[in-house]
Design a protein around this ligand. Structure first.
Ligand SMILES: *Cc1c(COP(=O)(O)O)cnc(C)c1O
Length: 397
C-alpha cells in the first residue's frame, strides 16, 4: 500500500472475492457484508444478472463517446424516467459528479429564468455531497473542508431539520435547496416530520429548485426506488449513484422537463452513460425496480430496525435511525460504538462508524432474512458485552 496516497483509514482486512452477502479473503476468512461497499453493492457480490450483463456488454462495446447515439443510454434513461417523476437524465460516473451536475443545472436554470443574481444554494449541517469543490462546499462539515479554502461562493448552510433557519436563508437570491432525504455519511439522520415538505413550500414560494441528493438513499436502499417516493415530497432534481450500478461506477442526475436547463455544450462527461455502465444500471434496475423486491427490502429493514430499537432500550441514550436497509444505531457514546464495531469485525460482520457515535448498516438489498438474523445476533452480542463492561463494580450487590 506504500504507493497509494493515504486518503483512507483502512481496516486490516483484504477481501479478494465475494458471493451474495459474503466477502472472502485469501486466508479463507468469511465476512458477512453489512455495509455493502457503503450502500453500493446493491445486488451483493457476484450477482449473476449484473456479472452477466457486464460480461456480455464488455464483449460487444465497452465505451462509445457521446459524440454518437447510445441506444442503451436512451433505454436506461427511459427506465429511470418511467419509474420516477423526472423526464430527463444526465449520466456521469460518481455521486460527486451527479451533485455537480445538479448545482450547475440549478444555477443555469435560475440564471436563464431570473437573471444572474439568483445563484445561491442552501444546504444543511452534517450533510455530505462529495469531495469535489461544488460538493465539498455544499457539504456543511467544517472538518472535511479545513485547509482547502476558499470554497465556492454562493452557498449557505442551515442546521439540518431546522425549517425556521432555512426559511430565514431562502429568498429571491436562492437558486436551489440541496438536501439528503436521509443523511447518510452525517450519521443516518432522518429529518423531523414536515421538514422536507416545508422545504418544498419554500422552494415553490421563491422560485428555487428543490434538489434531493439520493446518492446514498436511492436505487432501492430505503425500500422505495427513491426515498422521495416514500416521503411523498417530489423534488425538481434528484441525484443518484452508489447503488445504481451495483458497484460499477455510475451516477445520474434527473430533472423535470421544465427545469432541464442544460443544452449542448453546457455540460458533459467523457465516461457518462457509456455502454458498459448502462448495461450495469439496466441489470440493477431489472432486479430492484420491482414492487415485490422493494417490499422485501422494506420487510427486512423493518425487522432489522424493530430488533435494533428493542436493543437500544437497553443502552441509555441510544437511538436507532434510518429506513429500509439504511440504518444507524447511535450509541450516544464514541467508546461504546467503537467497541461494538470492533466486536462485529472480530466476529466477521462488516458495518461502519459514522458521525463518531453511530454504527451504520447498509447490507446488499438482496441480503437474506437468515443473514439479517445472523448479523443481528452478532451485533446484539457486541452490545450486551459492551454494556456489561460499563456496569460499575460498586453497582453489583
Ligand atoms: C457518497 C455520497 C456522495 C459522493 O459520492 P461519490 O461517488 O463518492 O462521489 C454524494 N452525496 C451523498 C449523499 C453520498 O452519500
Amino acid at each position: 500500500m506504500q504507493a497509494v496516497m493515504e486518503t483512507y483509514k483502512r481496516l486490516g482486512i483484504a477481501p479478494t472475492g465475494g458471493e451474495g452477502s459474503w466477502l472472502f479473503d485469501r486466508e479463507g476468512n468469511r465476512y458477512l457484508d453489512f455495509i455493502g461497499g457503503i450502500a453500493t453493492n446493491s445486488l451483493g457480490h457476484g450477482h449473476p444478472d449484473l456479472v452477466g450483463a457486464i460480461q456480455e456488454q464488455a464483449g460487444k462495446l465497452i465505451h462509445c463517446s457521446n459524440l454518437y447515439e447510445i441506444p442503451l443510454q436512451a433505454e436506461v434513461a427511459e427506465m429511470l424516467t418511467g419509474a420516477t417523476d423526472f423526464d430527463r437524465v444526465f449520466f456521469c460516473s460518481s455521486g460527486a459528479e451527479s451533485v455537480e451536475a445538479a448545482i450547475k443545472l440549478s444555477r443555469k436554470y435560475a440564471h436563464d429564468t431570473y437573471g444572474p443574481n439568483k445563484h445561491e444554494i442552501l444546504t444543511f449541517s452534517k450533510s455530505f455531497h462529495g469531495r469535489t469543490y461544488g460538493g465539498l462546499t455544499a457539504t456543511a462539515q467544517p472538518a472535511l473542508r479545513d485547509g482547502f479554502g476558499p470554497m465556492l461562493p454562493g452557498m449557505v448552510h442551515a442546521p439540518f431539520g431546522d425549517l425556521e433557519a432555512a426559511e430565514a436563508l431562502v429568498g429571491p437570491q436562492t437558486a436551489a435547496v440541496l438536501v439528503e432525504p436521509i443523511q447518510g455519511e452525517g450519521g443516518v439522520n432522518e429529518p423531523p416530520e414536515g421538514f422536507l415538505r416545508g422545504l418544498r413550500g419554500l422552494c415553490d414560494e421563491h422560485g428555487a429548485l428543490l434538489i434531493f441528493d439520493e446518492v446514498q438513499t436511492g436505487a432501492g436502499r430505503t425500500g422505495h426506488l427513491y426515498a422521495y417516493q416514500g416521503v411523498g415530497v417530489v423534488p425538481d432534481v434528484l441525484t443518484s449513484a452508489k447503488g445504481l450500478g451495483g458497484g460499477f461506477p455510475v451516477g445520474a442526475m434527473m430533472v423535470k422537463e421544465e427545469y432541464a436547463a442544460l443544452g449542448p455544450g453546457n455540460h458533459g462527461s467523457t465516461f457518462g452513460g457509456n455502454p458498459l455502465a448502462m448495461a450495469a444500471v439496466k441489470a440493477v434496475l431489472g432486479v430492484v425496480n420491482d414492487p415485490a423486491f422493494l417490499r422485501e427490502v422494506r420487510f427486512k429493514g423493518t425487522v432489522l430496525k424493530n430488533a435494533l430499537e428493542k436493543l437500544a432500550e437497553q443502552v441509555p441514550g441510544a437511538e436507532v435511525r434510518g429506513e429500509g436497509l439504511l440504518l444507524g444505531f447511535d450509541f450516544g457514546d464514541a467508546g461504546l460504538a467503537r467497541e461494538v464495531f470492533e466486536h462485529c469485525l472480530d466476529q466477521g460482520v462488516l458495518v461502519n462508524l459514522v458521525g463518531g457515535t453511530t454504527i451504520r448498516m447498509a447490507p446488499p438489498l438482496t441480503v437474506s432474512r437468515t443473514e439479517v438474523r445472523a448479523a443481528l445476533d452478532t451485533f446484539r452480542g457486541g452490545v450486551y458485552q459492551a454494556v456489561e463492561e460499563t456496569v460499575p463494580e460498586a453497582a453489583v450487590a
